[in-house]
Ligand binder design. Structure first.
Ligand code: MN3
Length: 207
């Protein structure tokens, strides 16, 4: 029998104040320490004593429609935030380079047009959710968004693929600093994107 592994809250790869002034310290403390921790706890409770204890989240997501809503919401919540912390950083901003930049320019015409499409996906996602840059099954870049804590790895997603960049547009991600100004939060998000990590994920998928 395989040993079941509890999911754990990953450490933030930087300090809570590292993304100031674009994302404020208090928001990061609550978002990581309270919201993400709750997804992890609720996920562990939801999979306890089931076959899902011995599966990776990616394996569960592939057949998400067959598993309970609590696992979809909290497993998605855990995976999505884990990605989110890693694709941001204090040395972020600017643009990607190399193959990822070429692929973005080929697919979206220019880096600025890509940013516009991504911001639009985030701004027009009604209620809570995420905007994504994904690599689809054909290796093509796509911009998409999902509701709640869904993500494009799930079989329930409209557009499927592997996210290499994502932004949380739940109000808890920006309300303390930006109140209802989601577009301003989205435009400042670019100042903290860790493109090195996004490029690494892209290269991994293109192997
Ligand atoms: Mn969140």
């Amino acid at each position: 029998m395989t040993q079941s592994v509890k999911h754990v809250l990953p450490d933030l790869p930087y300090g809570h104040d590292a993304l100031e002034p674009y994302i404020d310290e208090r928001t990061m403390e609550i978002h990581h320490g309270k919201h993400h921790q709750a997804y992890v706890n609720n996920l562990n409770n939801a999979i306890e004593g089931t076959e899902m204890e011995n599966m990776t989240l990616e394996e569960i997501f592939r057949n998400m429609s067959q598993y309970p809503m609590a696992v979809r919401n909290n497993g998605g919540g855990h995976w999505n935030h884990d990605l989110f912390w890693k694709i941001m950083g204090p040395d972020g901003g600017d643009k990607p380079s190399g193959e990822l930049l070429s692929a973005i320019e080929k697919r979206f015409n220019s880096f600025e047009d890509f940013q516009e499409a991504f911001n639009r996906a985030g701004a027009t996602r009604f209620g809570s959710g995420w905007a994504w840059l994904i690599v689809d099954a054909n290796g093509e870049l796509q911009v998409t968004s999902t509701p709640n804590q869904d993500n494009p790895l799930m079989d329930v997603a409209e557009k499927q693929g592997t996210p290499i960049l994502g932004v949380d547009v739940w109000e808890h991600a920006y309300y303390l600093k930006y109140q209802n100004r989601r577009p301003e939060y989205l435009s400042n998000f670019w100042k903290v994107v860790n493109w090195k990590e996004v490029e690494r994920r892209y290269a991994e998928l293109k192997k």
